[in-house]
Design a protein around this ligand. Sequence first.
Ligand code: HEM
Ligand code: FES
Length: 352
Amino acid sequence: MSVIYDPIHWTPHKRLYDRLMLAFVAGYLILFGGLQLVFHPQITAETLTIRATGTLAFLMLHVILCIGPLCRLDRRFLPLLYNRRHLGVTMFMVALTHGVFNLVQFHALGNADPLVSLFTSNTQFGSLVRFPFQSLGFFALIMLFLMAATSHDFWLKNLTPPVWKALHMGVYVAYAMLVMHVMLGVIQLEKSPVLIGLTGAGVVAVLGLHLAAAVKQARTDGGARRYAAKGIPDGFVYACDVADIPENRAKMLIIGGENIALFKYDDKLSAIHNLCKHQNGPLSEGKIIDGCITCPWHGYQYLPENGQSPPPFHEQVCTYDVQVAGTKVYVNPTPYPEGTARPPARITLATL
Ligand code: HEM
Ligand code: FES
């Protein structure tokens, strides 16, 4: 918890993740470059850079878009979610390299300004097949820039979470533009249809995973509601058994699209939003120390009953209602505004 914005603290998780990511980036560039040199020995360094960075950024964007649904399908993918911002910023840097090299290679050698040239060299905006595909890449790059530039928590807080989230949902618009950018580029430049096939496979993977996650979510919510016990009001969803949560620890739940940490402590149960305000650390992997939920990454703290950091700190997360019936715990996934006090559910002798 803090009253100022801390610089990024590197945890062992983040270091490992970043190393793996950079190893993947380097491995891809070496492999792609090697294969291009074997099959196209005449290729220039500029064209090689354009192709390697364009395909790498596009591949990374697919990975980024698949992480959300993968986590909803299997929680073992969650570490990828906690570190997704670094992947996004790195992807933007790679895409920027591709865009800049293209502007220099194709638009900087004439009399016109490169950006003017980008939009005037092909003006067939009315044609579907001849549409200026480079302008689609340009607008997508601008959107990726806005997301990378606002990825810091400073912007999350100052734009407010709903505005920030809406802005970052723009990644799907950028993705659609990039699919068209690549498809039309291949058609207009009469290049290998392999890229069209791979792009099609990527679109199927992204859409398929989102669909599978939505179906699983609907089944989990529906199933959980069917099991709701007598006396538990509508809207509550079965979460787990009391015994499933160790003392002073939590269980992570994804219910109704909400990422929730359900804590057990002092014969009580409270639920708060799972993501820490500092850098999205997983609060459900932390424990209760001195009465406060303590983030496992850098130790920010929150009170379980109201999701507020203890004074003098100001961080707040959303809270949720919890109920116990017999040994079963139910959570209502409708979030209360950040920092709202909610009475914890009591674990009584009758419960156990
Ligand atoms: C200012 C922005 C951009 C411009 C001017 C631009 C321009 C181009 C051009 C001219 C090509 C054809 C290159 C060639 O093969 O000769 C191309 C291909 C491609 N672009 Fe972009 N692009 C931009 C942004 C992006 C972004 C943001 C991405 C992905 C994140 C992207 C992904 C690709 C891919 C995957 C290809 C196919 C690679 C290949 O040629 O083998 N582009 N782009
Ligand atoms: S992410 Fe840094 S303290 Fe939680």
